[in-house]
Design a protein around this ligand. Sequence first.
Ligand code: SF4
Length: 426
Amino acid sequence: MTVTAGPVLSITDLQTRFATEQETVRAVDGVSLELGPQETLGIVGESGSGKSVTARSILGLVEEPGRVHPDSTVRYHDPAFVQQIAREYTDRVRWATADTADQRSADDSFVTITAGSNTGDSITVERGAVDLAGAPDSVVRSARGGEIAMVFQDALSSLNPVYTVGNQLTELLGTHQGLSGTAATEAAAELLESVGIPDPKRRLSEYPHQFSGGMRQRAVIALALACDPTVLLCDEPTTALDVTIQSQILDLFDRLQRERDLSIVFITHDMGVIAQVADTVAVMYAGEVVERAPVDRLFDQPKHPYTRGLLRSIPGLTGDVDRLPTIEGSVPTPTEPPTDCRYAPRCPKAFAECEAIHPEHVAVGASDEDQTETEAGTGTAAGAVDHTHTAACLLYPASEPVDQRVEQHVGADSSGGTNDSLEDDQ
Ligand code: SF4
């Protein structure tokens, strides 16, 4: 198990649901993840697995009828941001652990800020972190861009076609950094240069359609960096690019991460990209994370049958294979609370219990002897990022007989089988 310093972002039991008159789709269902400083967390899975909704939920960008369930937490750990929020909401701050300014610090304080008499929302600030999932929109907007920024897949639709790239950059710099005139223009040119766009001053006066696909993606990255964020959420940023440009953009992310101390969440369906960019990986299936591991470990010793299926379907450079293995079937639309393993209809290893028990994450080692605790009891030092290799599958811990390991999942299952819905929370 590798442990680094405390997380920048910690997501616990994230649930995002889309309620219609006919059904409620649990697009993200109980996702828990941590992102460390200067770390790249790769999220991988097929289309419809909930990767993009996870990223949008972090920044409050889920569109109606989607809603993040109130039980979800998205903690952004940044003492400076805690102090900023406390200053902005000074009339409404209630410090729970210390009454006077000299008694308290951002690291150990617990703050409740009532957002407004008409909403009843509150901001919870705990151990130097703000919970963005429960915070009012004004707080999430404060975090958006300057703390956590997003790079979308489609660069053309991320840029406004009727404004020059320079207009769009200087407007952002004016809004978020108070720059105007020559200072804003020079900062915009520096941003374009930092993302590898040649002749940046001339390029500022050009429109998005005058940029090539790779240049447009670089311009979108420059926009995301304009407010100097700590965390970058990248949603399939290279999917629309050919492999040569893709490789250049991945190198760019690597350089920017080192230069700017960025923490990155990188979403893709491409295992090859994951191998190149990620430090740790979360594999998603049908709204759930089914396996988490450091990247080398995931590729060397994949445990979950779905991860193994994904890796088998990667074309190799050698070998005489007529047809690559595929995973039969497609990702289901999760409309019901999980009372079983959602992968069971496609899983070659499925057995009877898989259709009756929702598997929980358990630590999985080379032979499971070195890591046998459940997710809740990994013994990680307080505040550290947990990089234990875990899988949500009834095959594990493999060292135990089938009845005992199934029993362990039943005992750990605290979410499956509930019938709660967003309507209940309204
Ligand atoms: S719990 Fe059963 S069906 Fe699900 S991945 Fe594991 S073996 Fe396959």
